[in-house]
Design a protein around this ligand. Structure first.
Ligand code: IPE
Ligand code: MG
Length: 231
């Protein structure tokens, strides 16, 4: 969720002030998506590249992640939301790992919605690890299929995203769900994450509704199959 730093800078405040505002933006956004019938969301909270940031910012972000899990898990659980972390958690602190495990364990049987949080997530690393893991489990390179590889990704069991929203105006995926995003629609908004609001969500969903999703087929084929379905 991009733009916390710029949001803080424009207010002459430290970056961490922006990250705190970014955390406050999450709840209303989740609620607004839920009201609009979107029950499956993945938030890109911390990438494998974010370790390169100054030590105090990394520490601050990690503290914030832990605090947010502590504060939000019970209510998400009460709303029937399943929480899942995607990413390489082995590099996270022991205490943060324990909090993640606790939140996942508590909410694992929930079915009203799913909130995935990408923490120490990097898509290329994920794909390599999935391939290695599959090999360890006896899958030979000849046997490998898209379905098998998908089942070894951090996102196993989570459907591919239909829509990716990028805040902060950047036109790139930044190592996010590269495999899973093969057919995702991309919506880029200049809105900085702490300002991201239900109005931006409506814009993103209107954009999505206006896209024709062909998955490699032609428009004519899509029209024909629609007619067939109606018949
Ligand atoms: C949040 O936004 C990203 C993370 C939580 C790591 P940024 O910190 O990248 O914000 P900008 O790009 O400096 O505005
Ligand atoms: Mg940024």
């Amino acid at each position: 969720m991009d733009g916390n730093g710029r949001w803080a800078k424009s207010r002459h405040r430290p970056r961490l002030f922006g990250h705190r505002a970014g955390v406050r933006a999450i709840r209303p956004v989740l609620d607004a998506f839920h009201e609009r019938g979107v029950h499956m969301l993945t938030l890109y909270a911390f990438s494998t590249e974010n370790w390169r940031r100054p030590d105090d910012e990394v520490r601050g972000l990690m503290t914030l992640l832990g605090e947010t899990i502590d504060r939000e898990t019970d209510e998400l659980h009460a709303n029937g939301i399943q929480i899942r972390a995607v990413g390489d958690r082995s590099r996270l602190g022991e205490r943060l790992q324990a909090k993640i495990r606790m939140a996942e364990e508590k909410t694992k049987a929930n079915t009203a919605g799913m909130l995935n949080v990408a923490i120490n997530y990097g898509s290329r690393h994920e794909i390599i690890e999935a391939f290695q893991d599959a090999t360890v489990h006896g899958v030979s390179s000849e046997e490998m299929t898209e379905e098998i590889l998908s089942s070894y990704l951090y996102t196993r069991g989570i459907p591919d995203p239909d829509l990716i929203i990028r805040t902060g105006g950047e036109y790139r995926l930044s190592n996010f769900l590269l495999w899973q995003a093969a057919y995702a629609e991309l919506f880029v908004t200049p809105t900085l994450w702490p300002d991201f609001s239900p109005t931006d969500i409506d814009e993103a969903l209107a954009f999505f509704a206006g896209r024709e999703r062909r998955f490699g087929s032609t428009s004519e084929q899509v029209d024909a199959s629609r007619k067939e379905k109606r018949a």
